[in-house]
Design a protein around this ligand. Structure first.
Ligand SMILES: N[C@@H](CCC(=O)N[C@@H](CS)C(=O)NCC(=O)O)C(=O)O
Length: 209
């Protein structure tokens, strides 16, 4: 049985979406953020020492990192769905997006979150951070172009991973500058599988208004 250790309002939401797209049976172990610090509760550290979400459990095997979890679920349980054929050029592009989401695109968003708590002290850093947020979202927007999905215009794990980047970008108002990214968020959140995952969790803050 697949178990997702899921923190509310987090990157873990996309793993639930992935499992719903594949129609796989799974269980959610839900954790709530601390009302004051917004951090994960200490119980998550009993599952993995870092105490972060998502964590996937598959018959006792623990897998961390959204990109690795996405790859694991698709390879081991996807039956060839949601990824281009291994060895194809499209598969390389697909892998690039799986890594890009957490390895590159999340960094400036996280820097904005943390430096935002410093107020004026962080002012000298803000232009560079905002420029980098813009650069990463602009790159994503340019690669998506007028397509519905990122790789071969077919929904894949690349879209599952990049969904959170698109969601936070639009939640921060960047959808006005990048209408194709705003439309992408509306498109993915309208999918029955995305809706089914949302219905199983606490309200998710990054929904398209
Ligand atoms: N790169 C990791 C990031 C994991 C991560 O930082 N998760 C956040 C949720 S968005 C978390 O658990 N934060 C709570 C905490 O650090 O206490 C991944 O994609 O799995």
């Amino acid at each position: 049985m697949l178990i997702v250790h899921h923190l509310n309002n987090s990157r873990s939401q996309r793993i639930l979406w992935l499992l719903e797209e594949l129609g796989l049976p799974y269980e959610i172990k839900a954790y709530s953020r601390d009302a004051v610090t917004n951090l994960a509760p200490p119980e998550l550290k009993t599952v993995h020492p870092l105490g972060k979400s998502p964590v996937l459990e598959d018959d006792g095997k623990i897998v961390i990192e959204s990109g690795a979890i996405t790859d694991y679920i698709i390879r081991r349980h996807g039956g060839g769905r949601l990824a281009p054929a291994p060895g194809s050029d499209a598969h390389e592009t697909y892998l690039e997006w799986l890594h890009f989401a957490e390895g590159s695109a999340m960094t400036p968003f996280l820097l904005a979150l943390y430096t935002g708590r410093l107020g004026e002290a962080a002012a000298p850093l803000q232009p560079r951070i905002q420029e980098q947020i813009g650069a990463h979202v602009a790159y994503f927007s340019s690669q998506l172009g007028s397509n519905d999905w990122l790789v071969e215009n077919t929904l894949s794990g690349a879209d599952i991973m990049m969904s959170f980047i698109a969601e936070i970008a639009t939640a921060q108002g960047l959808g006005t500058h990048f209408p194709n990214v705003a439309a992408y968020v509306r498109r993915l959140q309208a999918r029955p599988a995305w809706q089914a995952a949302a219905a199983k969790t606490e309200p998710y803050n990054f929904t398209q208004k």
